[in-house]
Design a protein around this ligand. Structure first.
Ligand code: R5P
Length: 290
């Protein structure tokens, strides 16, 4: 097998290659004067199973285009098969038509990647797993929540309350509960589809005097975590932390969250950020070895 760390996941890709005892295949990447991406493989992939590790964090469109170009280059150079490892799969939240006239963005992205030569895809905690069945190639999501929960456990947070900010994330809180050994529950969240504004409602949760960790797949603007923290404070939780798989942390999200009373944020290196304390490398290398 050959591993190609893409430009958005250089560090993570190299970590995965190291854990698998494979020398990472180098890539020449340029951004042309007009903004186009240019890629060239600096190594052979003839008759090899190739894994391209490239997260689709901002700038998402460029990252996806680079992934397509690397896949095309690998196929042209005789790769036997191509697995795209895309820890953060951009556009996955637009997995259906919410308002008349919209695109189902994630399916358009999947078709584009299939046309570029990708044979299968591995992602991490996709927003809604069901959509993967509609991809034009086999695609799978793996969960980093046990790794995040384990991080908190090792830091002394055993029995902390695992909270999901909405019903859709309840399975994440349930997974975390398995590791932390405390209780779990979820809030009711509403997002205004036009303004994006988030409001949350409590859901009969007993968190008084407890340490609460809010588990979510993505932290983007921080609005969801801030809304959850507000309710936790009202319910007199003792301390509040936030954990997420994909720390997009757009703009001043981190500051906003910390100002809302959250004591700390822990994320993975799905997107390299100031809160990336947990690496996905062991999870991804196991998955690729399989
Ligand atoms: C949406 O349902 C997701 O699971 C996250 O809760 C959401 O993307 C977080 O976005 P933000 O940080 O902007 O509230």
């Amino acid at each position: 097998m050959k591993i190609i760390p893409g430009p958005s996941s250089r560090i993570l890709g190299k970590k995965v290659a190291k854990l698998m005892n494979i020398t990472a295949t180098k890539l020449v990447l340029k951004v042309l004067p007009d903004g186009e991406s240019y890629v060239r493989l600096d190594g052979t992939v003839q008759n090899e199973e190739v894994a391209i590790i490239q997260t689709a964090s901002p700038p998402q469109d460029t990252r996806l285009m680079q992934l397509a170009l690397i896949a095309d280059a690998a196929k042209r150079n005789g790769a036997e098969s191509i697995t795209a490892v895309v820890p953060y799969l951009a556009y996955a939240r637009q997995d259906k038509v919410f308002l008349k006239g919209e695109a189902v963005s994630i399916l358009a992205v999947a078709r584009m990647l299939g046309a570029a030569g990708i044979d299968r895809l591995i992602t991490v905690n996709i927003h809604e797993e069901k959509v993967l069945a509609k991809f034009p190639f086999p695609a799978k999501t793996v969960s980093a929540v046990p790794l995040l929960a384990d991080y908190f456990k090792r830091e002394g947070f055993e029995k902390a309350f695992a909270l999901a900010p909405d019903g859709g994330a309840l399975s994440l809180a349930e997974e975390a509960k398995q590791v932390l050994g405390g209780d779990c529950g979820c809030l009711k969240k509403h997002r205004n589809l036009h303004t994006g504004e988030v409001t949350a409602k409590e859901n009969n949760l007993d968190v008084e005097d407890k340490t609460v960790i809010v588990f979510d797949d993505i932290i983007s603007t921080g609005g969801t975590i801030v809304a959850a923290a507000k309710i936790m404070k009202k319910l007199e939780a003792q301390k509040i932390y936030a954990a997420c798989v994909h720390p997009l942390l757009i703009g001043d999200a981190e500051e906003r969250i910390l100002k809302s009373g959250v004591e700390g944020i822990v994320g993975t290196d799905s997107i390299q950020s100031s809160v990336s304390k947990v690496s996905l490398a062991p999870l991804l290398s196991k998955e690729l070895a399989r």
